[in-house]
Design a protein around this ligand. Structure first.
Ligand SMILES: Nc1ncnc2c1ncn2[C@@H]1O[C@H](COP(=O)(O)OP(=O)(O)O)[C@@H](O)[C@H]1O
Ligand SMILES: [Mg+2]
Length: 233
């Protein structure tokens, strides 16, 4: 089953008299259970594409179906609802709230979704167990290592049971041991049927995915000549 389908997606940013075509006709399909890595040099449109996939922004043109629902023309409230129910985000800088314990951080998306306290706690606990942090639930982010913080943010991404896990440079701030832990976790989640889209610069990350696509100048380019690919990476 197709989870995500884009056709002819364009995004143009206009600032004053200058306009930038950040995405210039993106077609993509992601099936349920897929594990896709998106790579590309700086300025190629990765963040723009991530924002559109994640329903943080809408295309200027083209169609985007997520779970068979057309999200390309939704307003901000509708987008927020889709984000909260269908997408789990993992960011390079973790984006945890420093004053809250790991447990509270993981509970947050459930709070926004209106889940009652007891069930919230139960589900947050089990998500933290899932990422191997059952013994750190009362720690605040500042009391955890980078790798542990990223595991908390993976628990937060999982806790709503989203259709899609969307990660932007998830290992960009981690040492190699923690990177490997996080990649193993992605692997386990995908083996269990989760759909994952990861944006990355690192071959180490992209080679763990089932498929890799390359973005250049707002378009996918599947068959690059090796010399050119090397020069641009
Ligand atoms: N909010 C914005 N306003 C204007 N131009 C933008 C904005 N965001 C990105 N751009 C431009 O769009 C292009 C793609 O940017 P981006 O998606 O951030 O690329 P990447 O994440 O691959 O580095 C760049 O030329 C960038 O300068
Ligand atoms: Mg970017």
């Amino acid at each position: 089953m197709t989870l995500l389908s884009m056709r002819g997606v364009r995004k143009t940013y206009s600032t004053g008299s200058v306009s930038v075509e950040a995405l210039r006709g993106i077609d993509m399909d992601v099936e349920l259970g897929d594990y896709l890595a998106i790579m590309g040099p700086s300025g190629s449109g990765k963040s723009t594409l991530m924002h559109i996939i994640g329903c943080l922004d809408v295309p200027t043109d083209g169609s985007y179906l997520l779970d068979d629902v057309d999200v390309s023309a939704m307003d901000e409230r509708q987008l927020a609802d889709v984000r909260n129910h269908k997408i789990g985000f993992v960011f390079q800088q973790f984006n945890l709230l420093p004053a809250l314990t790991a447990l509270r951080n993981v509970e947050l998306p459930l709070l926004y979704a209106g889940v009652k306290r007891t069930l919230r706690r139960e589900r947050a606990m089990s998500a933290l167990e899932r990422v191997g942090l059952a013994d750190r639930v009362e720690h605040r982010p500042g009391e955890l290592s980078g790798g542990q913080q990223q595991r908390v943010s993976m628990a937060r991404a999982l806790v709503t049971d989203p259709a899609l896990i969307l990660a932007d440079e998830p290992t960009g701030a981690l040492d190699s041991v923690s990177t490997n832990d996080i990649l193993n976790l992605f692997q386990e989640l995908n083996d269990a049927g989760r759909t994952i889209v990861v944006i990355t610069h690192e071959d180490e990350v992209s080679k763990r995915a089932k498929r890799v696509v390359h973005l250049y100048d707002g378009q996918f380019r599947e068959a690059m000549e090796p010399a050119l690919a090397g020069a641009m990476s």
